[in-house]
Design a protein around this ligand. Structure first.
Ligand SMILES: Nc1ncnc2c1ncn2[C@@H]1O[C@H](COP(=O)(O)OP(=O)(O)OP(=O)(O)O)[C@@H](O)[C@H]1O
Length: 261
């Protein structure tokens, strides 16, 4: 049996919520969840607002500390790696490039940042890598001089993708990264992500509440409801025969919403 790229066992998260009747209270944002991700595979995590999707994402990238469970990357505990190494292997793309990209930095500076902080490369080596990644996401070397406000929404999301690629990660987590984009731009970015997956053997975790988006991109899906995993299946199984009534409702609501549009 091959070792999965990422193996998560009983991951959980509770937030301290103050005292009630002299007892410490906790908000269980995430009850223990387990899942695996293989190289080149796409996992989607779906659920309504507050279901714990982003909590998993934040723990995986090291932005949040887990309350329980274990995370193994290539068979080794993820915590054994320092945050720098962790940043290299798992990167995140956020929903809104307008807030995730610093407007005061040029595209070149934005892409150079991860290299500057995480590698020993000199300026010209870093510039060559920046240009390489710009090309990979369908932008031009000239974009180095541009500021985010000078380019379109779709191009901004391409910059966000390029930034996630700078350290040659193995896993990219896209947290609602396609939701805010209009339909034509969304399909362009989706195609770009799929091409990059083919080319670089990337694994993706798509965090989304939009069943339509994930249906077309994911190999398997995990459904969360109020911090509890209620269903986990291949995409085909889940859409053909959803087992949990919550999953059935999510699929139904999405198809109604799509028909109305
Ligand atoms: N820093 C925090 N302190 C306390 N509670 C938190 C914190 N961050 C998240 N939570 C709670 O944890 C639960 C899960 O939140 P999370 O952001 O993971 O949900 P989500 O499914 O990603 O929702 P959304 O789609 O709105 O981002 C929610 O009840 C939320 O209120």
């Amino acid at each position: 049996m091959t070792t999965p790229l990422l193996k998560v066992n009983d991951l959980s998260k509770s937030y301290y919520a103050g005292y009630k009747r002299f007892k410490r209270q906790y908000n269980h944002a995430l009850s223990p969840v387990s899942f695996e991700l293989n190289q080149g595979e796409t996992l989607a995590i779906v659920g309504e607002a507050g279901s714990g999707k982003s909590t998993i994402a934040r723990i995986l990238v090291g932005a949040e500390v887990r309350s329980g469970g274990e995370i193994f990357f290539e068979g080794e505990a993820l915590e054994k790696r320092d945050l720098k190494q962790r940043c290299r292997v798992i990167r995140m793309i956020f929903q809104d490039p307008n807030t995730s990209l610093n407007p005061r930095l040029t595209i070149g500076e934005l892409l150079d940042e991860p290299l500057k902080f995480n590698t020993q490369l000199d300026k010209s080596e870093r510039k060559a890598l920046v240009i390489d990644k710009l090309r990979k996401v369908g932008l031009l070397p000239e974009h180095i001089e541009f500021y985010p406000h000078m380019i379109s929404e779709g191009q901004k999301q391409r910059v966000a993708v390029a930034r996630a690629l700078m350290l040659d990660p193995k896993i990219i987590i896209a947290d609602e990264a396609l939701t805010a984009l209009d339909l034509s731009v969304r399909s362009q970015i989706l195609n770009l992500l799929l091409e990059l997956q083919q080319e670089m053997g990337l694994s993706y975790i798509f965090v989304s509440h939009n069943m339509n988006i994930i249906r077309h991109v994911s190999d398997k899906i995990m459904v969360l409801k109020k911090g509890v995993m209620v269903e986990k299946a291949t995409t085909e199984q889940l859409f053909n025969s959803p087992q949990h009534e919550y999953t059935q409702r999510l699929i139904q609501e999405q198809s109604l919403f799509t028909r109305k549009k």
